[in-house]
Design a protein around this ligand. Structure first.
Ligand code: CTP
Length: 391
């Protein structure tokens, strides 16, 4: 797999295997990744920071302050990372991370990052087998950390045994697996935001949709390795792996959608059903009095996706005010596989909020009511459900 466009933070802690981290950085770069290095102080005694600066083009972070490019290097690196990999990971670094400590730049970067973490332990056999280290490992595994190795072989000082760091190629392979995610190779289309239908060059008919839900859904699919196209009217940011097409009207959204092949489509946009039939070219003036605005129907984007010869797995949305009866009817007739319905009048649900309360409606009338959750959590649960259904 190519790592083109992937941002890898390589954490180096202080063990003799640190010399292999330089080669590991090189392998990531050859695969197309951008690499930034963070080192513990002890690691700098094994390999010079200049080596990593030369390889990566970025001065390694070795302290919580005093970086030439950042006043808060650990949070900058933590947020920047698509993945953090610690190689070698000493017993002390593993214990610090398992315990949530953050007294050096490396452990602080890990704590400041939501990115997946891969660790490649390296230490003497006694240290690896010590119950304290095994407790750290068990905690890390329970936290979802990916542990690669160690293996048996030659150790520092001429010793032999388990505790040897796996070879850089194996670490690269593990990183590729983690980055690939469960949705690797799946083409996902997401629509998001409310459309704006022009009345004149200044005014439009719009709605209160912020696009947050759709953007969370697109970002989460990208993090799971899907190949995501987001067709959006929203100015909100999106994950840098998402291919984004910015649109404004239902018409422009319809043409953008038509150009995207998809295995899964999630239609989270609030598309206007009607638009002014003849938007005027010049700004309407108050002196002319209230205009008569004649409306016409917009293209029904969802139905064009349903009609495709290669119809994707399809998730529709329905924002309702009040009971779910209309949503249940929509799930039955619209040709979707799932409908995410919400009552926008409920506290904590609906437009512009960070949370939502949704119900999953099946075409056969099946209903699952989810509790109040953040939109990010809804996105995760929705993809868990879609992935399970598509198997
Ligand atoms: N949708 C669409 N194109 C439209 C209108 C809606 O693709 N022109 C999609 C939405 O993105 C959503 C689903 O259709 O996934 C349902 O939208 P909704 O507005 O609830 O459906 P309508 O059939 O327009 O129902 P209503 O009678 O409530 O307006």
């Amino acid at each position: 797999m190519s790592l083109a466009g992937r941002r890898v933070v390589l954490g180096v802690s202080g063990g003799i295997a640190a010399y292999k981290a330089a080669y590991l950085a090189r392998r990531f770069i050859e695969k197309g990744a951008t690499v930034r290095v963070v080192m513990t102080q002890t690691a700098t005694e094994f390999v010079g920071a200049a080596t990593f600066a030369g390889l990566t083009g970025y001065a390694p972070v070795t302290a919580l302050t005093d970086h030439p490019e950042s006043v808060s290097p650990h949070t900058d690196l933590g947020r920047w990372a698509d993945l953090v990999v610690i190689a070698p990971a000493t017993a002390a670094t593993l214990a610090r991370i398992a315990g949530g400590l953050s007294e050096d730049a490396l452990s602080a970067t890990v704590l400041a990052s939501e990115a997946p973490l891969v660790v490649a332990p390296a230490m003497h056999t006694e240290m690896w087998q010590h119950p304290a280290t095994q407790r750290s490992i068990a905690t890390l595994v329970a936290d979802g950390v990916h542990v690669v190795g160690p293996v048996s072989g030659a150790l520092a000082g001429g010793d032999e045994g388990s505790g040897r760091m796996v070879e850089p190629e194996d670490i690269v392979a593990r990183v590729e697996d983690v980055l690939a995610g469960g949705m690797s190779g799946v083409k996902v289309l997401v629509t998001a935001g409310g459309t704006r239908e022009p009345i004149d060059p200044v005014r439009y008919i719009g709605n209160r949709s912020s696009g947050k839900m759709g953007h969370e859904i697109a970002d989460e699919a990208a993090r799971r390795g899907a190949d995501v196209t987001l067709v959006t009217t929203s100015g909100l940011p999106s994950h840098h792996w998402v291919t984004r097409v910015d649109v404004d009207t239902a018409e422009s959204m319809a043409s953008a959608v038509a150009a995207v092949e998809a295995d899964v489509a999630v239609m989270a946009a609030a598309v206007a059903d009607f638009r002014p039939a003849s938007p005027v070219a010049a700004k309407l003036s108050r002196t002319e009095g209230p205009p008569d605005i004649v409306l016409e129907a917009t293209p029904d984007i969802l139905s064009t996706v349903v009609a495709r010869s290669k119809r994707p797995y399809l998730v529709g949305f329905a924002a309702e005010t009040g009971s779910l009866d209309r949503a249940i009817e929509k799930a039955r007739v619209k040709g979707v596989d799932l409908l995410v319905a919400n009552d926008i009048t409920r506290e904590g649900a609906g437009f512009g909020t960070d949370t939502n309360i949704v119900s999953i409606v099946e075409p056969d009338g099946g209903l699952d009511h989810w509790p109040l959750m953040t939109k990010a959590d809804i996105a995760r649960r929705l993809w868990d459900l879609v992935e399970a259904r598509r198997q």
